[in-house]
Design a protein around this ligand. Structure first.
Ligand code: PEP
Ligand code: MG
Length: 761
């Protein structure tokens, strides 16, 4: 059964458009279950009725022309009850509704299952038979399982507007809206450039080519190169491999013949597809064919075809090298955008980012915020393969992207962008003004940095210090660990630029979602695994080199160096780390460097640290809350998983109470307490943090002036009154609504983007 399910889902996924997907579903289900009928009824987007969208066995002419009211017939009952209905003779059921157009009168046995995605009913799938009989349990289980798997595909079609416009090409559909989550605020209109990870065949977009001859020549070069490589490897291994293993190389070479894979790819190219896209089509088709085979040995050959495809792709990518031309308003689109992809595009051209994976708390989103690039994350439904070169609107405030915008929608967004520019210009005047509330309370605003270039952006905006230097970023851009001296130079550059302002350096925080290409950590559960301080305490050589580099970099400068430890979950880790920091300091001084002892601080990022905040505060000079991770761990919500992004809420009452407790605990020990998670850089978050008594708010530099504007336009008393009410609330929604209204009432509505989608235009 598993095999059949897998094959159906694969075939459905491979179909070129939605109508064909539906047709494949009904025909394959009918065949697999041996029934006489399989049909699909889908809810229309306005959710007022079901549409008869596909059938095998009933009147095909009725497809697209018949509808059922939401509560009509057995389909209506299945949808309403959200559970299967299995009837021996449907025609005798009180809810049976006879539709003459579809010709179902001769069928008695009826099994209908709902198609549900994320709690929403999207439609109903039905199988029928003329003989009166109940479908058995395994048949019912099969249809329920299949429906649950297909629900995602149908939800995707709903999101892309394909259901509303069944039968139309997506190029004809306008203002197509794809919902993700906000990654970095701001709006931009630009041209999509799809970037694929190196040699990832599954991420290759479709691209039409004009010059087929050139494309064929590129493909020939790649094939010749790979033939040579395979022969060479075969010769090298000739004496060490058994003959049956060596035969694999011949098999590979054979697959590259014109009467096999290569011929098929050439045919696709001749139809106007670029070579990488043609290769993807052909390899996926062959893989599917192999995977469908009954014989397990032949089935496993699918892996060989995939491997060969990757190799050919790598050669094609080498021949073409990297894309060098990017449009002026490039919107970087990828399955999973990485910092490396961002760095391939000239900064002045990279105007927006859309990532199908990840959420607002993924590191790419954090980098995008630092660089002020409007970003949408988790746009899972975006048709990656067909957006290349097309106009996109990226609305980073509401996490939405529009494809094929109408002139009306473009005008609308152009006016929002103009408003934004005007506000940004006004904010410029605030950069040298003090950050003081209307009742005279000073709020210290620092910045989070990590990227080269962040420093000048931060200083331009009047930052008073660095509250978080994410040191892993320089580590990620190399192909090995940086040396102590290499690190010293980078850190020094930042510290000099900020001198005499304080600089907070976080020790290496890898693991979780921050991988190093040269230090792979394979874990089933990386966020609960080897990350942050756990890695560096296990590798004192890495920790010591980094801390020594930090201390040396501060020599001769007036600014205070603060060293901060990430992911602390027990006091023992702090004690151990302090011993190492003190040893590093002594060593550096013994080497003759004249430098002050650094301050040491702990990041409060896991719930255990909240409950031990006072114990931790006793041991160090300062506490800093990493609310991004703290939210993730308190709510048990992966910060990168779009499926649970709605549950990730920094204003969850439990998180806010925890923040308040950390401030109280830190202050009880007379220690400075800061916050450097993203919450601090949002208008509502900043107001709540000020009211809680945080001594330092650290944020990405683009947020700085907006937050300063909020600070200078609100009194601490008002903020505290808001907090008192918020701490009595029970849900994040209630808190968000209340803060939204309160900021507007306090005259701060300008910093709150209002939703104005196409419906409001
Ligand atoms: C945090 O977790 O809030 C934080 C500032 O660290 P990072 O986002 O780099 O994990
Ligand atoms: Mg963190």
């Amino acid at each position: 059964m598993l095999e059949t399910l897998r094959n159906i889902v694969q075939d459905v996924n491979a179909a070129p458009d939605f109508q064909r997907r539906l047709d494949i579903i009904v025909s394959r289900v009918k065949e697999a279950m041996g029934t006489e009928v399989c049909s699909i009824y889908l809810m229309n987007p306005a959710r007022t009725h079901y549409m008869f969208v596909a059938t095998e066995g009933l009147n095909i002419e009725a497809v697209g022309n018949v509808r059922l009211a939401i509560d009509e017939g057995l389909v209506g009952v299945v949808g309403r009850r959200a559970e299967p209905i299995n009837l021996e003779d449907a025609t005798t059921h009180s809810q049976f509704h006879y539709l003459p157009e579809i010709g179902e009168e001769r069928f008695h046995a009826f099994l209908g299952v709902p198609i549900i995605h994320h709690r929403r009913n999207l439609g109903v799938m039905v199988v029928q038979q003329s003989e009166s009989r109940r479908f058995d349990e395994s048949e019912e289980a099969f249809l329920v399982t299949l429906s649950a798997q297909l629900a995602g595909i149908i939800a995707h079609a709903e999101a892309t507007g394909e259901i509303a416009h069944l039968g139309q090409d997506d190029h004809e559909l306008r203002d197509l809206r794809f919902v993700g989550v906000p990654g970095a605020p701001g709006i931009v209109v630009g041209d999509a450039v799809v970037v694929q990870p190196t040699a990832d065949l599954n991420a290759v977009p479709d691209r039409e080519v004009e010059n087929v001859m050139v494309e064929l020549a590129v493909f020939d070069r790649a094939i010749n190169a790979i033939r040579t490589q395979i022969r060479q490897i075969g010769e090298q291994l000739a004496t060490s491999l058994p003959p049956q293993e060596l035969a694999l190389f011949d098999a590979y070479l054979h697959m590259l013949d014109d009467d096999a894979l290569a011929g098929d790819v050439r045919d696709e190219i001749r139809k106007g597809q670029w070579s990488q896209g043609a290769l993807r089509h052909v390899i996926q088709e062959h893989v599917r064919n192999f995977e469908r085979m009954e014989d397990s040995y032949i089935r496993e050959r699918a892996a060989d075809v995939r491997e060969l495809g990757q190799r050919v792709l790598a050669n094609l990518q080498d021949i073409r090298q990297k894309k060098t031309h990017f449009p002026e308003n490039t919107i970087l689109v990828a399955q999973e955008v990485t910092p490396a992809m961002m760095s391939e595009i000239p900064t002045e051209r990279l105007k927006g980012i859309v990532s199908m994976q990840g959420t607002g708390n993924s590191h790419v989103a954090i980098l995008a915020r630092a660089l002020d690039i409007p970003t949408v994350m988790g746009a899972v439904d975006l048709p990656l393969f067909s957006v290349e070169n097309r106009t996109l609107i990226v609305d980073g405030y509401f996490g939405q992207t529009f494809l094929n915008p109408t002139p009306k929608l473009l005008d609308h967004y152009a006016s929002l962008m103009a408003e934004e520019r005007e506000f940004a210009q006004e904010l410029e005047e605030f950069k040298d003004l003090p950050s003081v509330t209307t009742d005279g309370h000073e709020v210290v605003l620092w910045v989070n940095i990590g990227l080269i270039g962040d420093v000048s952006r931060a200083l331009d905006r009047g930052a008073q210090g660095i509250g978080l230097f994410r040191t892993e970023v320089p580590f990620q851009t190399l192909d090995r660990f940086p040396t102590e001296e290499e690190q010293r130079v980078i850190y020094r550059e930042h510290m000099e630029a900020f001198s005499p302002l304080p600089v907070t350096m976080r020790t290496l925080d890898i693991g979780g979602d921050k991988p190093l290409p040269y230090f792979e950590i394979q874990e089933d559960n990386p966020f609960l695994g080897w990350r942050g301080i756990r890695v560096t305490l296990d590798h004192p050589e890495i920790f010591m080199a980094q801390v020594r580099a930090m201390i040396k970099a501060n020599a001769g400068l007036e600014g205070e160096l603060r060293i901060m430890l990430p992911m602390i979950s027990n006091v023992g880790e702090v004690d151990e780390a302090k011993v190492l920091v003190n040893r590093a300091y002594t060593e550096v001084v013994e080497e003759g460097v004249v430098v002050d002892r650094p301050q040491i601080g702990v990041m409060i990022e896991v719930p255990a640290a909240v409950y031990q905040a006072r114990e931790l505060a006793k041991r160090v000079d300062f506490l800093a809350v990493g609310s991004n991770d703290l939210t993730q761990y308190m709510l048990a919500v992966d910060r990168n998983n779009p499926r649970v992004a709605e549950l990730y809420n920094e204003t969850h009452p439990a998180v806010l109470h925890a923040l308040r407790e950390v401030v109280v605990a830190g202050h009880a020990e007379d220690k400075i307490v800061g916050i450097c998670g993203e919450l601090a850089g949002t208008p509502h978050g900043a107001v709540l943090c000020i009211a809680m008594g945080f001594d330092i708010l650290s944020m990405s530099s683009p947020s700085l002036l907006k937050v300063k504007w909020v600070v200078r336009n609100i009194s601490r008393m008002t903020a505290m009154r808001m907090l008192v009410k918020v701490l009595k609330m029970h849900t994040a929604d209630e808190i968000n609504d209340f803060m939204h209204r309160s900021l507007i009432e306090a005259g701060l509505g300008r910093v709150i983007p209002s939703y104005r989608g196409p419906d409001a235009v």
